[in-house]
Write a protein that binds this ligand. Sequence first.
Ligand SMILES: CC(C)(COP(=O)(O)OP(=O)(O)OC[C@H]1O[C@@H](n2cnc3c(N)ncnc32)[C@H](O)[C@@H]1OP(=O)(O)O)[C@@H](O)C(=O)NCCC(=O)NCCS
Length: 230
Amino acid sequence: MTAELLYGPLTEWLRSLRPADPAPIVEIEVISLKKDWTEMTEADLGFLSIEERERLDRIETPSRKIEYWAGRRALARVRDRLTSQGVGQGSYSLSHSEIGGRLLLVAIGVGAGLGVGVDLEASSRAFTEKAAGRWTQPSEARWVSGDLGALGLWCVKEACFKAHSEGGKVQTGALVPQYEVSLVQAFDGNRDRLQGRAQWKGSTAGFDFLVLRDTATLICFALKTGSGVD
Ligand SMILES: CC(C)(COP(=O)(O)OP(=O)(O)OC[C@H]1O[C@@H](n2cnc3c(N)ncnc32)[C@H](O)[C@@H]1OP(=O)(O)O)[C@@H](O)C(=O)NCCC(=O)NCCS
């Protein structure tokens, strides 16, 4: 998965959501690296803010250190590119995953305060029926058994959660109760590229989402629509 491969489908999808409006400004960054903290030098850390540097210093696990560092790197690049296009306050999201022995990160930034979320999963990740039953609803059985699959549904829910949470306003250390996000539509007919809508029950938040898949990875982008889709 590369930024170049993601950018085309992503911009096409965003344009299709509101064909009458100017296309939203979007930037993505994909970073793939080996999890080796010992190779990092002071020069690699220069871009971090004081707060970020302090937080990094508090992290003890080398693999989490590099994950945090790479996340800030990816977000900083996305933010710089949005700023250079005149975006004052964008919406940002980040996801990381270990895939094929490497750390893969995807960061996205969208202009115009749209509320964005991204989730990245290794295609090899599998859920047992029992495990999936903890966070799916009976009405979602057709998505689990269809092209989206349990992993795709999980990926959608995680991306929607992040879009809803707007960078951490909704905090949770545990699984959000299974009824919180419900998928109302998933379509396109292409296993490697699915789009649809979801809604967050109990609030007016609705989401458009796009799922893209290649042999190793599954990625979902979600955009908060702001109004309900019931
Ligand atoms: C917070 C959460 C979304 C993180 O997802 P994850 O799969 O563990 O990790 P990812 O790599 O995809 O994303 C991690 C990044 O998400 C971002 N993030 C963390 N908390 C967040 C929140 N509340 N809202 C939005 N983004 C958040 C951070 O940038 C984080 O990276 P960082 O710690 O390096 O800065 C997840 O742990 C969670 O709590 N999910 C709850 C929702 C749920 O129950 N989903 C199941 C289906 S209903």
